[in-house]
Design a protein around this ligand. Structure first.
Ligand code: GLN
Length: 472
């Protein structure tokens, strides 16, 4: 899609305006956009970037990406009036590649959530069935790609926030290796887990996306100096001789047998293409510990990162008699229930007397989980499992047992990709009740080339490429 649009550079303006129109047309049903952007100013500079890898391609940014002079809310009431004075590094990268940003997309408030039902602008709807959720936290970006508005959208992934909505929406969601893409100018959530990620509708576009976004940035000291390969030119969909490890703990935890069946059919097709399939079994106690470990680390880091959201420095200020009262009122009024809950957990984990037994302990458990992955990936090229245990849940009236392995393991295993920083992506594997289901693969650090190749092989097996949801 990106390649085709780029070739149609002479029609760029028409394509961009059509995307703007479509974004507005689906908005009443999907509620995916926080702010529409008038593209005229960007279009007037189009010629300067005509050789870029995304020349004339309309795109969308998650609304936690800072855009100079354009409101950036992170879907939180406290940032309703926040207009950044600088662009995120990736915004510069995308502009230089010729991409045209047409909208800022909704997310779970401050990227804390997996449902995109906590944005202060209301829930985002799934384009395959608008009574279902989009998944989160990058739900707005996912649905705008899935419904055919744009071929590319930026998200962020701290615990699976690109890969989960990708599964629910039938698109590709990529979280590259920690350090591949600069996070300068992304409103943080949990710095040791935060990654920039993105959505596309085919694997080739996923390669182009990383070529555009990756690279060292001195303003994010965690970025890598490693060379960025021309992934799209190196793409090879052969599965011959590829060693793929099926995460048994995930399969065994899934209640929905249709999901298991769709996954097993895919595995058979991969075998037929020459892949060697092996089972990988991790310590199940560690698997059950993924989510509590994640919440402890993420909430503690988020509490520290967001101490600057106090209504004093920037953002929405509530009145009060003293500075302290202004802060208390601004934070009480400015955050939703989900975020406040997480700040309470985070503050508790950071109390001096609790740090060792909660925060540090969680860091040690994280290390043990990463060791399991690292060991497994010495003998296989990638790990594979369904991205979620079922299709997108209904917005109303569906609840999972949060202590079940179906939830703790099957629904949340992709957090392992954030613990390790290993590259991980989701792509469509099939449909149930006319809604998509995704498969997730994870490879060794900085081996995105292998990941894209295996993904291209899977894409060939499923035939699910460039699928678009018709919003009804
Ligand atoms: N489900 C995770 C959470 O609620 C994902 C968040 C993310 O990746 N931003 O924190």
């Amino acid at each position: 899609m990106i390649q085709e649009m780029r070739k149609e550079f002479m029609n760029a303006e028409k394509n961009v305006l059509a995307a703007c129109e479509k974004a507005k047309e689906v908005q009443p049903k999907l509620n995916a956009v926080v702010t529409f952007i008038d593209p005229s100013e960007q279009l007037s500079h189009l010629e300067e970037h005509k050789d870029g890898l995304m020349a004339g391609v309309p795109i969308v940014l998650k609304d936690n990406v800072c855009t100079k002079g354009i409101r950036t809310t992170a879907s939180s009431k406290i940032l309703d009036n926040y207009i950044p004075v600088y662009d995120a590094f990736i915004v510069e990268k995308l502009r230089n590649a010729g991409a045209i940003t047409i909208a800022k997309a909704s997310l779970d408030e401050l990227a804390m959530g997996g449902t995109n039902t906590t944005a202060y602008t209301g829930p985002v709807h799934n384009p395959w069935d608008i009574t279902r959720m989009s998944g989160g936290s990058s739900g707005g970006s996912a649905v705008l790609v899935a419904s055919g508005v744009v071929p590319f959208a930026i998200g962020s992934d701290t615990g699976d926030s690109v890969r989960k909505p990708a599964s629910y929406c039938g698109v590709i969601g990529v979280k590259p290796t920690y350090g591949r893409i600069s996070r300068y100018g992304i409103i943080p959530y949990s710095s040791s887990l935060d990654h920039v990620g993105y959505f596309t509708r085919n694997v080739e576009d996923a390669c182009i996306g990383l070529e555009v976004l990756a690279g060292r940035d001195d303003r994010d000291m965690t970025t890598s100096t490693k060379e960025v390969p021309a992934f799209s030119k190196l793409l090879n969909s052969s599965l011959e001789g590829k060693k793929i490890g099926v995460i048994k703990n995930v399969i065994d935890s899934i209640k929905n047998q249709e999901t298991v069946q769709i996954f097993n059919e895919l595995i058979e097709k991969c075998k037929a293409q020459g892949a060697e399939i092996v089972d990988v079994t991790f310590d199940n106690n560690l698997m059950r510990a993924i989510l509590p470990t994640y919440y402890m680390i993420a909430n503690c880091e988020a509490t520290a990162n967001h101490s600057n959201l106090d209504g004093i420095r920037f953002g929405v200020q509530e009145p009060g008699e003293s500075t302290e009262e202004v802060m208390i009122q601004s934070r009480t009024e400015g955050f939703g229930i989900q975020v406040r809950k997480r700040f309470i957990t985070g503050s508790y984990g950071l109390f001096v007397e609790n740090q060792e037994k909660l925060f540090r302990k969680a860091q040690r458990v994280r290390r043990l989980i990463v060791e399991e992955m690292k060991n497994a990936l010495t003998s296989v090229d990638c790990l594979i499992a369904p991205a979620s245990s079922s299709i997108a849940p209904k917005l109303e009236g569906e609840q999972m047992d949060e202590l079940s392995e179906d939830y703790l393991i099957a629904e949340n295993h992709m957090v392992m990709g954030n613990f390790s920083g290993y590259p991980s992506m989701t792509l469509p594997m099939g449909f149930s009740k006319e809604c998509p289901l995704g498969v997730n693969i994870t490879c060794r650090a900085f081996e995105e080339e292998t990941m894209f190749n295996i993904a291209a092989g899977i894409e060939k097996c499923t035939g699910l490429k460039d699928i678009i949801a018709e919003v009804k």
